[in-house]
Every structure is written in C-alpha cells, then in structure tokens.
Write a protein that binds this ligand. Sequence first.
Ligand code: GDP
Ligand code: MG
Length: 462
Amino acid sequence: MSAICAVSTPLAEGAISVIRISGGSALTVAAKVFKPAGGKSVADMAGYTCAYGYVVDGEGARVDDAVLTVFRAPHSYTGEDVAEISCHGGLYVTKKILRLCCENGAKPAERGEFTKLAFINGKLSLTQAEAVMDVISAQGELTLHSANLARGGELFRRIDGIKSGLIKLLGELSAWVDYPEEELPEVEDAAMAQTLSDSAAQIKRLLAVYNNGMLLRQGVPAVIVGRPNVGKSTLMNLLLGYGRAIVTDIAGTTRDIIEESVRLGDVTLRLSDTAGIRETEDEVEKIGVELARRRLDESALIIAVFDGSSQPAAEDTELISALAERAARGGRVIALINKSDKGVQSEWRGALGEFESAENGAVFEISAKSGEGRELLERRICEMFSAAGDDSDIFVNERQKYCLERALENLQAALGAQQIGVTLDAVTISIGEAAAALSELTGERITETVVDEVFSKFCVGK
Ligand code: GDP
Ligand code: MG
C-alpha cells in the first residue's frame, strides 16, 4: 500500500492551498497528519465528505486549521482513495504539511501523476486526460469549449468512429483474402473507396482546425511594420494600454524588436514592434531592420502602419507591394492609415485598396495617438482569428496531430493503391497502419514512453 502526495494549488502565497494524497494508504497518511475537530476519526469518514480539524506534527502540535475531504476508491479522480487537505495558503505552512505527509509514508508525486493514475485505472481515456491540461491552459471561450468537448470524450468518440469503420473494412478484406473458396460477398470497390475517403475527410477536418487552435492556444504571432516615424510604437502602446515602447519623433528610435502579449477578446496577439524598415547606415539600426524583415516572414498577422498625414513615399509603395504578395499567398494583412487626427491624404485609399477587398485583409484609418479607430481594429482582428471555427471544433494537440497525419497518409496510400489496382494485401496493410495510428491517438495502443511523455507536460499536483 502506497500513496503519492503533492500541492495541487500554485506554489504561491494565497488564501488556500490544497494538498492532495492518492493511493491505497492515502487515508492512513491523512489520519496521521490530520485530526478532525470533535474527536471523529478519518478512518470513519465516508467518501465525498469533509471534516474541519487540525493538521498536527509528529509531536501532536497544531500546525494549521484545515478541512479534509475524503474520496473513496473507485469514486475519486484517480480511482484510488484520495484525501485532500485544504489548509491556509502560506508557502511555509503548505510546504510543511506536504513534508509531514511525506514523513508519514507518502511519496512526492511526479508531474501529472494523479491524472496518469486516472488513465491507468480507466477513469479517463488518454484524450480525456490530455484535455484536462487543455482546460487548465484555456485562455478563452473557444479553447475552453474545445477542451471540454474532449474532456467529455468527444474526441475519443470521433476517432473511435473512424477507426471502427476501418477495422470493419479490414475484417471483410481479410476474410475475403484468407478464405477465397468460401462464398463470402466480395468487398465492393466503391464501398471501400467510400469508407476510405470519408475517413480521410474527417481526419482532414480535424487537421484543418489544428492550425487555428495553435494560434488560439499559443497566441497569434503579429508584427507591426512600416517606415520610421509613422506611429508603430505608438500603436503598440495603444494596443497594450501602457507605454511599453519608446515613442519619439526621431526616426530610428526603435531598433530592437519589442514583443508583448495583448489579449483581444478570445484572441491573444504576440505582438512585435519593429524598427522601421528603411535603408540606413546606422549599424545597430541595420540589424533591427534585418530582424524586422525576418519577423515579417514568421508572423500570422502583419499590421502595416502608414502615415496618412503625408503622401505615400517610395518606401511605402515598396512595402505595399511586398504585403500584396503576402496577402496573395493567403497571409493576413491589416493596413492602418495612421494619424487620422491630422487629416488623411486622399491617395492612401487608392494605394491600399487591394487589402480592403481581400478576404484576409482590411484597411482602417486610425489615430494611434488619440485611440480613434482602435475598437474597429480590435474587432476585425478578433474576427480574423476566431471566426474560422465553430462549436464542434476540437483543437487536437501536437501528439494527436502527428497520429492523424500518419493515419491520413496511410488512408491516401490505400486509396491510391486501390485505384491503380495493386493487390488487396497492400491496401490492407495501409488500412491497418491507419487504424494503428488512430489507436495510438486514443491511447488504446500506446507505449509506456509515450504515456510518460504525455503526462510529463502536466503540472505537479494534477
Ligand atoms: P515609429 O517610429 O513608427 O515607432 O513611430 P512612433 O510611434 O515613435 O511615433 C513617431 C511620432 O509620431 C511621435 O511623435 C508620435 O507622437 C507621432 N504619432 C504617432 N501616432 C500618431 C497619431 O495618430 N497622430 C499624431 N498626430 N501623431 C502621431
Ligand atoms: Mg518605434
């Protein structure tokens, strides 16, 4: 009989800390460190009940007031006996209680070990377990909704549905290949092609929303570009809501790249302010300009700033054609005609017209200085990055995506092989590989190393 323990709340000063103990001896450990007020005993506590009392040290001295919650196997998160001590949220007192648990026989838990136990004990499928972490890291409605769908088993059901179709097909194929003399109905080419292409389409859909999910989870890399002095740093500060970047009217003030996260509705922008792109002899500024060019290539959103109060300059025209090229390849570009408070030269609308009509672009007049036009800009950015999804979207993680890609490759190979009429053996092997990749995704066929890797990404105490 053993038990593991960990602090499940953040290790920082707060109102309450929760120390979780799980395992066959969890309640024995809890009984040693916690004494219910009024003389009840922990051993007599039923599952789903709590008791107010005291944490005591080896000498019986009171360490803290606390509440103990008891869960009895199998009706707990891990499927084992679980005890949770809610104590005062001081760093010292929390660590001291954790140490007392360890001195009384519990081992410190590894990252994600509680959830790993839940998986091993069949309380959660692997995709449900992974979704626990997604709930914790969700930063907005869309990511939370997706995480909750997967937590509820929806991702498992979808993958299982695809896999069952393939396995049924495999069964028919192998019966037909193995027992040609028995009068089994031949597997219809058309029906097989249908199953394979339906499966491939469902997988493609999951992969398509993956990218959008990545942007939502990790933030949209966005870059502010434009000539020096057009108001890039002022815009950065406007969006951030405070003066992060230095603003002067001396061209070339921003030389390094400044990166900050900005939250707009459901979307987090990882926003970079750059050195203005221009020809320069200043060595430091040159490096900044080079960095800006490179950052441009890595960004999912480009916010190009122009000074609307003056005529388009040659460098603006150059930037506009570079951006047009990006937009043509599907890049998202927002052009801002800045300094609208000083009046806008009429040439700008024409010069930037193509971004206005583009589906993945927009043009706004704005005053970064006064904030006029800010709301429209923010709304458009939110639309661009959260509209691609719908309610049924589940954002798969990196591991799951890798499995889906392998499944898809094999399905496409099977379809190709079927079309050119190679032996059914080859088709069967590819379908088998596709089904295996899906089993790995759901965790039904998975190595211990992969399981360990999955849970090592969790936090301690979860
Ligand atoms: P950057 O070189 O592109 O980063 O430009 P800055 O943000 O440093 O701004 C250059 C100058 O333009 C500063 O004096 C700003 O105060 C001014 N500026 C920026 N945005 C506006 C605006 O919307 N209206 C006006 N009138 N001035 C602005
Ligand atoms: Mg600047």
